[in-house]
Ligand binder design. Structure first.
Ligand SMILES: NC(=O)c1ccc[n+]([C@@H]2O[C@H](COP(=O)([O-])OP(=O)(O)OC[C@H]3O[C@@H](n4cnc5c(N)ncnc54)[C@H](O)[C@@H]3O)[C@@H](O)[C@H]2O)c1
Length: 323
């Protein structure tokens, strides 16, 4: 299998919203990138758009100095077959339709060198299902970027049962080397990010349907409550800080009201029954040493104060949302 280096040729198939940002990110990290779309003309248009956008972003300080020159130099339009045949790492980012992805992955894997690694940016389709049309499924995996790709750090790496473990390791290194945060997750529908995002979304829409709150009330509460903490702590860290007994108590009330859907999770009940209450008892979902509480408080309070400042700086640029 190809050893991926900072100079490895990358191919991005599908240059819309996601593929465009993925191509820019690889190019700005130094990779030559072959860019393909449904037709060569679309790929040529995409390259012109990505360079122009790079110039605008460079002007406003969002991309580094020299970005648009680097994009002009490193992004090359190509046909799907040509892009795939030249690259060591190929990712598809075509629309979220199973049949289309099968067609594109079939064409890409037929044209690619047997050593090339092939990735899908699907949001939710199980990677094992997409592997069916890939020649050499041991070199295939999910590599799921978030939108907008250049700015959002997370990239989920989703090997299937058939993916060569060295391929997954090589892709983790590649994604880390271009400045992203790769996390290996299991191959299940929606992976981690979208399953969680849509679980939250489902409960939000339910509250609207039940007349509990309007969309703008929910958005305001989420942004300014638990959503405000999420850039710094994930849900398990937050529950350890708050106290798992506190969580179990709150969830018991929800369980009485909403039933199984919001029932106290077995793992939470077990922790509480065993005295593992989070930070205050030294053990919860994480282990906490004697100095950790002080460090968490210091980091948390500094981070939150800075976030308040960033939001105040950006307040007059906040777009209006019309209900
Ligand atoms: N939009 C998001 O927020 C987001 C986030 C993460 C992942 N994704 C996933 O990324 C993928 C792409 O989504 P998007 O939002 O960029 O879509 P998009 O519609 O913006 O872009 C898709 C691109 O694929 C091209 N395309 C269509 N058929 C093609 C073909 N046969 N060969 C080559 N190119 C073809 C289109 O012309 C278009 O440029 C989807 O699987 C989506 O679920 C999207």
């Amino acid at each position: 299998m190809s050893t991926l280096t900072p100079e490895s040729m990358v191919a991005v198939i599908g240059t819309g919203y996601m593929g465009g940002g993925i191509a820019q990110t690889f190019a700005l990290a130094g990779h030559p990138v072959a860019v393909a779309d449904a037709t060569l003309e679309q790929a040529e248009r995409a390259v012109r758009r990505l360079v122009a956008e790079g110039e605008a972003h460079e002007g406003s300080g969002l991309f580094p100095e020299g970005a648009h020159e680097a994009l002009r130099e490193r992004l090359t339009p190509a046909t799907v077959e040509d892009a795939a045949s030249r690259a060591a790492y190929i990712t598809e980012a075509v629309p979220e339709q199973v049949a289309l992805k099968h067609d594109v992955l079939g064409a890409v894997s037929a044209a690619a060198s047997p050593d090339a690694i092939i990735a899908s940016n699907t949001s939710a389709i199980p990677i094992g299902e997409l592997a069916a049309t890939v020649t050499g499924p041991e070199r295939f995996l999910g590599v799921h970027w978030m939108n907008p790709s250049y700015f959002v750090p997370s990239v989920e790496i989703i090997p299937t049962e058939r993916t060569d473990p060295q391929v997954a390791t090589g892709v983790v290194d590649l994604i880390r080397a271009i400045g992203k945060v790769p996390t290996i997750v299991s191959d299940s529908p929606g992976f981690v990010a979208n399953r969680l995002q849509f679980a939250l979304y489902k409960e939000c829409t339910r509250m609207v349907e039940e007349g509990i709150a309007t969309p703008d009330q929910i958005d305001e509460v989420v942004r300014n409550s638990f959503g405000f903490r999420l850039p710094f702590f994930g849900p398990f860290a937050i529950s350890d800080i708050a106290g798992l007994d506190v969580y179990a108590g709150s969830m018991a009330t929800m369980e009485r009201a909403y039933g199984e859907r919001l029932a106290v999770p077995a793992v939470l009940a077990e922790h509480v029954a065993s005295g593992r209450l989070g930070m205050k008892s030294g053990q919860g979902f994480y282990r906490h040493g004697p100095e950790d509480a002080e460090r968490v408080r210091d980091y948390r309070d500094t981070a939150y104060a800075r976030l308040v400042q960033v939001r105040a700086e950006l307040a007059d640029r906040e777009p209006p949302l019309h209900g």
